[in-house]
Design a protein around this ligand. Sequence first.
Ligand code: PTJ
Length: 251
Amino acid sequence: EIDVPESHPRYQSLLTRHRIEAGVEKGITSKQGLIAEGRGEAFDYLLGERTIASADEAARAAAALLLLAERPVLSVNGNVAALVPGEMIDLAAAVGADVEVNLFNRTDERMRAIVDHLREHGADDAGVPIKGLAADGRIPGLDHERATVDADGIGSADVVLVPLEDGDRAEALSAMGKTEIVIDLNPLSRSAQTAAVPIVDNILRAIPNITEHARELSAASDEELERIVREFDPERALAAAEDVIRSGDLD
Ligand code: PTJ
């Protein structure tokens, strides 16, 4: 995919950059997405570019929440589509969720390009519905464009996974009573602070990790899943991530 050996110490971050650049070229990622990527990279560097223990616990709680949900929806934006399209489909299939394309900077071209991109990555074969084009629902409290969702997608979801979400929308979704799982490398971001389950990890690692936990938990009882969710403490997880960043101690 790129001409960098896997042994290169910055392999992962170079791969990520390359995918985001390719996303911009393909018309799925916004230019703002390049800036968001740079911000994420800085935090990933401080976290040692690995999944810290508290993020792994959060991924397990996220898997339990998605398995318990009646109407789980996984939200996809331009960065998510560029970085983990096939992985999002795998996760949706593993937990029985729908995928909804939901953009901060919404344009019809980019909406359609991302829907096509997800189909190219096996959505139809996996039986995963891709929503977002109906645009017949609203998130109250946001201006028109940023409020647009599908009524039978995010509009009526009980649990939503919103990776790399903007703070206003994360707060508005939470005010609607949705249980939110947020993936964000910045533990101080408003979206991470709003989430029932904040996962402070690179989305490249976090999505496959949630899927792995979901597969492991597929035979667990509802009581067991509820216990995992109950025992997860979002504030403790955010504090643990901040500690790693401040101390430079990798766990
Ligand atoms: O495609 P659109 O129009 O929906 O736009 C998507 C972006 C991401 C551009 C938009 O939502 C945006 O501007 O987001 P922000 O406010 O830049 O927030 C992005 C957050 O994601 C920041 O806190 C970053 O630290 C974090 N982030 C960036 N890359 C990653 C990440 N978190 C996890 N994994 C990453 N690879």
